[in-house]
Design a protein around this ligand. Structure first.
Ligand SMILES: Cc1ncc(COP(=O)(O)O)c(C=O)c1O
Length: 429
């Protein structure tokens, strides 16, 4: 198809008629499709159905060292699970704190501790810092943004590039002592599926910050979530704890991960990883908050996933389900949009999302049209701080949950709405 920007008003006018005819056909279908939930599909969840089966017979509810998981104890987690997360994150078991089911919860709590009590290298609790700021790579994860917004940070957007956040800008912004930290999804970012380059990681680990208590929140939610064998064998980004230590900034990073997209979403295991000094401080406070986490769930996971190999095997099975869904999404985007020059997107090799940039000024309208045709998408703007995409361009898809045929239809509808919104916009100009 010809680039829309090169079409005459007459050509755009006849294209509009054609697209509106298709729109009416879809409207008559009374579709009810949903591409907004980043949830594992039922067949992915079913792989873990036997998580608790025979747990008593297999373990007597005891860890390998004989600790009874039905009782209080092991406040930082089962050694088996600390070792497993250490292998997943390429760090040491001593650096791991195993929490309950949600890594987002651990991120919130970690920030809350810094706000209420300060970090080990803070002069004062962050709540006492007027005009505190937080860097937010965009597009990014709306729930991250909401956490820092709720805790009173000014959210500073930093554009993502194909190798991670724009590091020239980051290095400039962190000179401000009010900038206290930064969100990061280093592997298969939500929503673009971008993997940080080694250079990006190194620059983040060694950059000079105005705040001596600056923190990177390193959300490794998709660290083992590869769609292709090749990516899985070539590994992900470097161990950030080790890298920060290497550049003399050992306290700089808190890492997070969970099994939400490995076993059960919201009912798996989450962890935080950090160096010893941060860990000692965190454990003192967490120990007041709770006696220990859910160890029976940890025990069950340790049986299902005795080592990193078991995780990799499981992730291959997830990939077999997810890969066709991602490929279907990308194929329809190419089939329907190539040549139009109104949209662009990154093609993820893993993770849970695909995000498309439509013609600036048309994302909200595209999402509204999709809704009118019975296709639910993440609200336009959600991938930006305060829900405000200044270009009104980015739209996130979650292809994991719907069936393949539904994805095909939903993305067809999306491309139709993106084209019609673009034509309308260009005709207005
Ligand atoms: C980047 C990212 N971090 C965290 C989460 C939530 O993780 P959890 O279920 O461990 O709280 C998600 C869920 O979509 C996510 O995309």
């Amino acid at each position: 198809m010809k680039a829309f920007a090169e079409m005459s008003k007459e050509e755009l006018g006849s294209l509009k008629v054609e697209l509106e005819k298709k729109y009416a056909e879809y409207k008559a279908m009374n579709l009810n499709l949903n591409m907004m939930r980043g949830n594992p599909a039922p067949d992915q969840l079913a792989m873990s159905n036997d998580l608790f089966e025979g747990l008593e017979e297999k373990t007597g509810f005891k860890t390998k060292a004989g600790v009874d998981c039905r009782n209080y104890g092991l406040p930082t987690g089962l050694p088996e699970i600390k070792e497993l997360f250490a292998q997943i994150l390429d760090t040491e078991a001593d650096n791991i704190f195993v929490g309950n089911a949600s890594s987002l919860n651990m991120m919130f709590d970690t920030l809350m501790r810094a706000c209420a009590f300060g970090e080990i290298d803070s002069d004062k609790p962050w709540f006492q810092i007027e005009g505190r700021k937080w860097l937010c790579p965009t597009p990014g994860y709306d729930r991250h943004f909401k956490v820092t917004e709720k805790l009173g940070f000014e959210l500073i957007p930093v554009p993502m590039t194909s190798t991670g956040p724009d590091m020239d800008l980051v290095e400039e912004l962190v000179k401000d002592p009010k900038v206290l930290g930064m969100w990061n999804i280093p592997v298969y970012s939500n929503p673009d599926g971008i993997v940080y380059s080694v250079e990006t990681c190194e620059r983040l680990a060694k950059m000079k910050t105005g705040a001596k208590d600056f923190r990177l929140f390193w959300d490794n939610a998709y660290v083992v979530h590869h769609l292709y064998e090749d990516e899985a064998t070539h590994g992900s980004v470097p161990d950030m704890l080790g890298l920060c230590a290497k550049f003399g900034n050992a306290n700089r990073v808190y890492e997070f991960a969970s099994t939400s997209k490995i076993s059960f979403a919201g009912s798996g295991l989450a962890c935080m990883a950090c160096n010893k000094d941060n860990m000692d401080a965190a454990v003192k406070t967490i120990g007041i908050q709770a006696i220990c986490s859910n160890k029976v769930n940890q025990l069950a996971h340790s049986v299902m996933f005795p080592d990193l190999n078991a995780i990799k095997e499981r992730m291959k099975k997830h990939a077999d389900i997810l890969r066709p869904k991602f490929e279907m999404t990308i194929k329809v985007l190419h089939d329907e949009l190539d040549g139009t020059d109104i949209c662009h997107w990154h093609e993820p090799k893993g993770g849970f999302f695909v995000s498309v940039f439509v013609l600036p000024g048309t994302a909200k309208n595209t999402v509204a049209m999709c809704k009118d045709l019975g296709v639910a998408l993440t609200p336009a703007g959600a991938t930006y701080p305060y829900g405000n995409d200044p270009k009104d361009s980015n739209i996130r898809f979650a292809p994991s949950f719907p069936a393949l045929e539904d994805i095909n239809k939903a993305v067809q509808v999306f491309t139709l709405c993106a084209k019609l919104s673009a034509v309308n916009k260009l005709l207005e100009a």
